[in-house]
Write a protein that binds this ligand. Sequence first.
Ligand code: FMN
Length: 343
Amino acid sequence: MSKLFASYIIKDLELKNRIIMAPMCMYSAGDDGKVTDWHVIHYASRAVGGVGLIIQEATAVESRGRISSRDLGIWDDSHIDGLKKIVEAVKSNGAKIGIQLGHSGRKCEAESEKIIAPSPIAFNEEYRVPAEMTKEDIKAVVAAFKAAAQRAKQAGYDVLEIHGAHGYLINEFLSPVTNKRTDEYGGSPENRARILKEIIRAVRDVWPKEKPLMMRVTAEDYVDGGNHPDDLAELINLVKEYGLDLIDVSSGGVVSVAPKAFQGYQVKFAEIIKEKTVLPVVAGGLVIDPNMAEEILQNNRADLIFIGRALLRNPYWPLQADYELSNETNWPVQYERGRLRKR
Ligand SMILES: Cc1cc2nc3c(=O)[nH]c(=O)nc-3n(C[C@H](O)[C@H](O)[C@H](O)COP(=O)(O)O)c2cc1C
């Protein structure tokens, strides 16, 4: 059996394999943040295709925390019923499901919203200048993450992922490039991590102890004066004791500079975070070849692998990967006659 298709246990959750579908915004919700048929079909298809754990796209904890006016939302109890439909469709097709709780901060492009951030600096000239967050705003955002975690529990998700990456609100606090505050939420690593610590504690108050809590991080800002993997490891070490179980390692998005992307370009960052935090990690970013995924796992460079765009192109990526690696996994019985076979 390949390691990619070996099961993985974290807390009370057993994954049938180590393939994680990366969170990817579909910009297909109504402008009220509600789930549409698209989401149910899209996520259920990847469950049929053999993904072990699906992480649902960034889902906004406040309406001003949306990236666009078509983002999914979890800021109101009226969102729960639609989210349940996604959860049920995924679980009944053999995969586990997590939800990424997000707040876009200064990168909110929904015109109707007033936008907030740790400091009043626009992302670039095409974006609006955000209002500097008051202490009340900070309290409101922490409370919004908590209420969202409670709703996620009600909807039945297996895993919760805090979106701390890609230059959105939490990341804006963590990075010295976007956080110029002079109060207790800016400056030292302890101060920049303070809101994250408060969010983790608030979420952990309502998210069951036996269920995993993940966080997605930007481990590399790709700019002088920004965070690098060692900095992120230090920030994670300051907050992990409050209940983080797994780190999903990504990069970029703090400044508008595109990283030089090549196959596996973020794997080294995941390796550093794993070593320095001693937490399990998910690695990915242009991992498209199953043999590369297998190499990363066999060499203990990461514990799980995330796959993004390859799963947009092909929902059956896991089934085809299994064929290339060991051809042992079960196909959906309805598709058994289409199974790839080695002669
Ligand atoms: C259409 C699209 C939407 C995305 N939305 C999110 C998102 O909601 N949250 C997130 O953390 N990353 C998001 N990402 C980044 C992916 O999760 C992933 O990290 C990135 O695509 C690199 O992995 P890949 O090379 O396997 O695609 C998105 C990427 C794409 C292509």
